[in-house]
Each structure stands twice: as C-alpha cells, then as structure tokens.
Design a protein around this ligand. Structure first.
Ligand code: COA
Ligand code: MG
Length: 284
C-alpha cells in the first residue's frame, strides 16, 4: 500500500525542478506533461522527462506521470515516451466517462506490451469535470488498475461556473469520495494555490481531512511539511487507536461486540478505524 499524504506537481519541462524533487519529502511526485507545460513545449518536455526518468532514482516515492487528456490528441505519444519500469502510475486528466477510462487502460496495456514493461502500472484519474462527478461510480468500476482519484477543483469550479471554495464544492467533493470508497481508491484533495499562506493551507488541510480526503496535491516544496503532518495520524489518534485495539480484541474473543472506553461506545467499525490509523502510523 502506497501512502499518498502529499503528491507534488513538478513541471516536466523543468530539469531543475525534477532534479530537486528527488530530495523532497513528498510521498508522490507527479511529473506533469499537461497544464504545467505550454502547448509548443510538449515534445521538448517529453524528451527531458524520458531522459531524467532513465537517469534518476526517486527511492520510495511514488512516481506518477500526468499525461495530456484524451481530447488533446497527445495522450498516446505521451505514454509512448514515458511509460517505463521507473514509473508507478499514470494520471489521466479531464476524464468524462467510464469509456474514457477503458480507452486509456487499453492504451496503457498496448504500449506497455510493445515496450516489454513487466511492471503493473497503476492508473490515477483527475476528477475535474461535472460529467465525471455525476458518473463517479461507473468510472471507479471501469478498470482494475485504478488506484487514486485526484480532485481538480480549479477546472471543476470553472466548468460549474462557481467559486473554487470548499463550502461551495462540498457536495460534489463528498460524492467523489463516496465513489472512490466503493472501490477502495485513495481520494486526494486539490492543491492550495496561495503558496505564501501556510496558515490558510493548514486550515484547508484540516477541513479536507475531516471530509475524508486521504491527502493533498502540492504545488510548492514549502507546502509539503504541513500537508504530511496533517494527513498523518496525530498522537491523540494513535493513542485512541491503541486503546481501542487493546481492549476490543480481548472482548471480541469472549464474543462481546460492543464495549465502552472512557464513556464512549466502541463497536467493530471503531475497531476497524483503529486498525487503519495504526497501519498509517506504522508507515510514516
Ligand atoms: N517541484 C520541485 N521544485 C520546486 C517546485 C516544484 N513544484 N516549485 C519550486 N521548486 C523549487 C525551485 O526551483 C526553487 O529551487 P532552488 O531553491 O533550488 O532555486 C525552490 O523550490 C523555491 O522555489 P520558488 O523560487 O519559491 O518558486 P518558483 O518561483 O521557482 O516556482 C511555481 C513557483 C509556482 C512556478 C512552481 O512552484 C511550480 O512550477 N509549481 C508546480 C506548478 C504545476 O505543476 N502546476 C500544475 C498542476 S496545478
Ligand atoms: Mg486540471
């Protein structure tokens, strides 16, 4: 299981930033061929990325390539240039429907086969169109390779013609999280665009965590530490989890399904939550 508290975008056109990302503490690096690269620089970016993927080693980090969307006509060439054993996942933006996911999966499989890639490369999706939000359940069921959904709030609010604010987008966000949960996918919150405002970032992360997001997309190295901290279980959560596990397991053995700890009712669902917190804490 990969943990994805922080997923950092790095423009594929910037050799300097790609090199720098090797030493940063983000859980995942998203090497971006899409919106971070100007239209006339796409070929150039592919070339830079292909060479650096060959050369660099990113250790434990999840390496993701964001390709251009299916409507761009660039997707297949992006995959041909960058699919390799060095990457863990490809991220498809501007998904509209389950057909998009199936077509993309077909492309990934065909090109992997042609290139003799043995590794099982995962597929992540950007959910950033009203159509994808409304078809989220079908989309999540469209491929066994799916592993994470990344919310694109800027594109989504633009198409919705609404403000890019959590209190406005909240119903749609919760729908996306519910869809992701039907297939046990990670669901990752959109970036916080004001790089200088670390307090605002922290508030935004806390809200995202309460809503159920597993992590957050990152646009600048200065945001990584705050995001990692908030999406890790807190000391208080870890202690709660340890208490629940140590008291619920013996009760279960005696055939008891509900117990009380410090006046709080604890049943199996709390025990399962506690196990998840413990697993995340061990992976920090
Ligand atoms: N990944 C890796 N390194 C990054 C980085 C990133 N996303 N953003 C900044 N850095 C590096 C800079 O190169 C600089 O390195 P140095 O100290 O060795 O010179 C250092 O971090 C500080 O950067 P800073 O000068 O504060 O920012 P900048 O003006 O160079 O870049 C942005 C600002 C917004 C252009 C840049 O952060 C960026 O491109 N972010 C990603 C944008 C993106 O991919 N968007 C698409 C998805 S929404
Ligand atoms: Mg987008």
């Amino acid at each position: 299981m990969k943990i994805r508290r922080s997923m950092l975008y790095v423009p594929a056109i910037s050799e300097k930033m790609i090199r720098k990302s090797v030493e940063l503490k983000a859980d995942a690096i998203i090497l971006d061929l899409e919106d971070a690269v100007a239209p006339d620089q796409k070929e150039n970016a592919r070339e830079i990325l292909k060479n650096l993927l060959n050369e660099l080693s990113f250790g434990e980090k999840e390496i993701v390539v964001r390709v251009n969307g299916l409507q761009s006509g660039l997707t297949e060439e992006d995959l041909k240039n960058t699919l390799s054993d060095k990457i863990d996942a490809v991220l498809l933006p501007k998904v509209l429907s389950e057909e998009d996911v199936k077509n993309f999966e077909g492309m990934v499989e065909k090109i992997s086969k042609e290139k003799g890639i043995k590794k099982e490369i995962k597929i992540h999706l950007m959910i950033e169109t009203p159509s994808s939000v409304l078809r989220i359940r079908e989309i999540c069921g469209a491929s066994e390779k799916l592993s994470a959904l990344l919310l694109g709030s800027a594109d989504l609010s633009k198409e919705m013609r609404c403000k890019n604010k959590k209190d406005i987008l909240q119903p749609l966000m919760s729908l996306v999280i519910a869809g992701g949960r039907t297939k046990n996918l990670d669901v990752i919150d959109a970036p916080f665009f004001n790089i200088k405002d670390l307090e605002g970032l922290e508030r935004d992360c806390l809200l995202a965590k309460e809503m159920g997001f597993d992590g957050k997309q990152v646009i600048h190295p200065s945001q990584i530490e705050t995001i990692n901290k908030i999406f890790s279980p807190s000391e208080e959560e870890i202690q709660w989890a340890e208490r629940v596990i140590s008291q619920y397991e013996p009760a279960m053995k005696k055939g008891i399904g509900v117990i009380s700890i410090d006046g709080e009712m604890i049943e199996r669902l709390h025990y399962e939550q506690a196990l998840r917190i413990k697993r995340l804490a061990e992976r920090r």
